[in-house]
Ligand binder design. Structure first.
Ligand SMILES: NC(=O)c1ccc[n+]([C@@H]2O[C@H](COP(=O)([O-])OP(=O)(O)OC[C@H]3O[C@@H](n4cnc5c(N)ncnc54)[C@H](OP(=O)(O)O)[C@@H]3O)[C@@H](O)[C@H]2O)c1
Length: 224
């Protein structure tokens, strides 16, 4: 049975990705910074999920989680925050950017570094970084500057990891789920969590393994 780890999997898109991977016959490690919240979600994926306490901003938490998982086929770096919205880049507090980068960018990098040895044992592993069209340089506007900057930087992490891990047969891609009804996306978003998870799960399972170092939405490559 293949093994997957999804960060921030206690709710939202992460939980739905975990649920769909379990349906694809994966055993899924549900990463949750709050174990109780993770266990509640794991019960909904009966028998095919194990909770692992994982705060992506805490190096010790990441190291402890990595010691519990010897071999891994799929890593989905899904955990993310948005703490700015209508803020203006000209008055944005550096602390807001730092806090957002710590989770959305460095969190994903930290987890990938810690689990790279376990992924290398797979022979055909995949990392999916859950990014956002908000991070597209080609479409950059003024909305949520800290969040968008963190997702642009996450996309750079994707490219760096793809190049560094190609000789270990680990494919690394970014995916945008679209605007999705979750605590982050709000109730007005047009897409369900199921729809939002689709491209992420496709990259984690059925997409050609030769696709690496790219950015996808709706199963199509999109510009950086
Ligand atoms: N929703 C959208 O419209 C949308 C659009 C584009 C991209 N995305 C991306 O999709 C991903 C999932 O978003 P979502 O909409 O499902 O958001 P969500 O409902 O707010 O869920 C976010 C998840 O990330 C976890 N998380 C936050 N900080 C963490 C940390 N330091 N360590 C571990 N886990 C942490 C949360 O845990 P807690 O429950 O403990 O807070 C939660 O499980 C994010 O990367 C987001 O940027 C979402």
């Amino acid at each position: 049975m293949k093994i997957a780890l999804v960060t921030g999997a206690n709710k939202g898109i992460g939980f739905e990705v975990a649920r769909q991977l379990a349906a694809h016959d994966f055993h899924v490690f549900l990463g949750a910074r709050n174990r109780t919240a993770g266990e509640k979600s794991a019960r909904a994926i009966a028998g095919k999920a194990t909770v692992v306490q994982l705060d992506v901003t805490d190096p010790e938490s990441v190291r402890t989680a990595a010691r519990q998982i010897d071999q891994l086929d799929v890593l989905v770096n899904n955990a993310g925050i948005i703490v700015d919205g209508d803020e203006n880049v000209l008055t944005l507090e550096a602390e807001t950017v730092r806090r957002t980068l710590e989770t959305n960018t460095l969190g994903a990098l930290r987890v990938a570094q810690a689990f790279a040895p376990a992924l290398a044992k797979s022979g055909a592993a995949r990392i999916v970084n859950v990014s956002s069209r908000g991070g597209q340089l080609s479409e950059m506007g003024t909305w949520s500057p800290a969040y968008c900057i963190s997702k642009t930087a996450l996309n750079a992490v994707t490219c760096q990891l793809a190049a560094a891990l190609s000789d270990k047969a680990i494919a690394v891609n970014s995916a945008c789920p679209g605007w999705v009804r979750t605590d982050m996306g709000g109730s007005n978003a047009p897409r369900s969590a199921e729809e939002g998870a689709d491209t992420i799960v496709w990259l984690a399972t059925d997409a050609p393994h030769s696709l690496t170092g790219k950015f996808f939405a709706e199963r199509q490559e999109i510009p950086w």
